[in-house]
Ligand binder design. Structure first.
Ligand SMILES: [Zn+2]
Ligand SMILES: [Zn+2]
Length: 241
């Protein structure tokens, strides 16, 4: 008689609270569409802000799993320090972080399975604003050189590959804009435009190449009413539907 050992996923998550928190976060990513790869789904800022309460921060900083305990030991920061909580929520007035919160960066650290990485960013005065405006500096090797030399490369690499999901730009310019391919735009329901051939496939029309229509997530839409928006992204022309 063969016997099967089935691992209970609920037990797994209780012994790794940080993974449960990461999954809660992942549930917020959009578009909620299984045809979009996970690394091309983004985290709306408003959802991250709502999730990032004192309780959530505390659970992440106090995770009892072996990996988090090791990270805390290396980081040598008191996980109860009100200073770090205030910085993550954005209430530090007296510190070098008074220019802004680090809630987005903290969520990115949780997503990278290394909540303790946030301490070094806070100590160096890095804020969400700074991160969003200097994203190219946050490469895997820079994370290790500048912020945490003893971090295992797997965490700094996760940080690097996930960072674009947390830094979706607001669409402000009208008429036309151009974006590098790594940037994730705040689009939902992308659909290809063109004429249908006899096999039911969409073919390009005109000389623009592939043209896509989409909807923009409301909180990222800062284009004056009545104006058109067009963007070139990953050699695709995007246009408001
Ligand atoms: Zn953990
Ligand atoms: Zn700057």
């Amino acid at each position: 008689m063969a016997s099967l050992l089935i691992r209970d996923s609920t037990t797994e998550l209780t012994s790794f609270p940080c993974l449960k928190l990461r999954d809660d976060l992942e549930d917020l990513s959009v578009p909620n569409d299984n045809s979009v790869p996970q690394n091309r789904r983004f985290f709306p800022r408003s959802s991250v802000k709502r999730l990032c309460t004192e309780g959530w921060i505390s659970s992440a900083l106090h995770c009892c799993c072996l990996k988090c305990r090791e990270h805390r030991q290396t980081a040598q920061r008191p996980p109860n320090s009100p200073y770090y909580y205030a910085a993550i929520i954005g209430e530090n007035k007296s510190s070098r972080c008074d220019s802004g919160r680090v809630g987005i960066l903290f969520a990115l650290c949780v997503c990278s399975e290394c909540p303790s990485l946030i301490y070094s960013f806070i100590d160096k005065g890095i804020t969400d604003d700074y991160f969003e405006n200097h994203m190219s500096q946050f490469t895997a090797s820079n994370i290790r050189q500048k912020y945490w030399s003893s971090i295992h490369p797997r965490y700094s690499e996760r940080f690097h590959w996930n960072k674009y999901r947390f830094a979706t730009p607001f669409l402000k310019k009208i008429l036309f804009d151009e974006y590098p391919s790594e940037i994730i735009l705040p689009f939902l329901k992308e659909s290809r435009l063109g004429k249908q051939n006899k096999h039911g496939e969409i073919e390009d029309e005109g000389s623009y190449g592939k043209v896509f229509a989409f909807e923009i997530l409301d909180e990222y839409f800062a284009i004056p009413v009545g104006h058109e928006f067009c963007a070139l992204h990953q050699v695709q022309l995007m246009t408001i539907s």
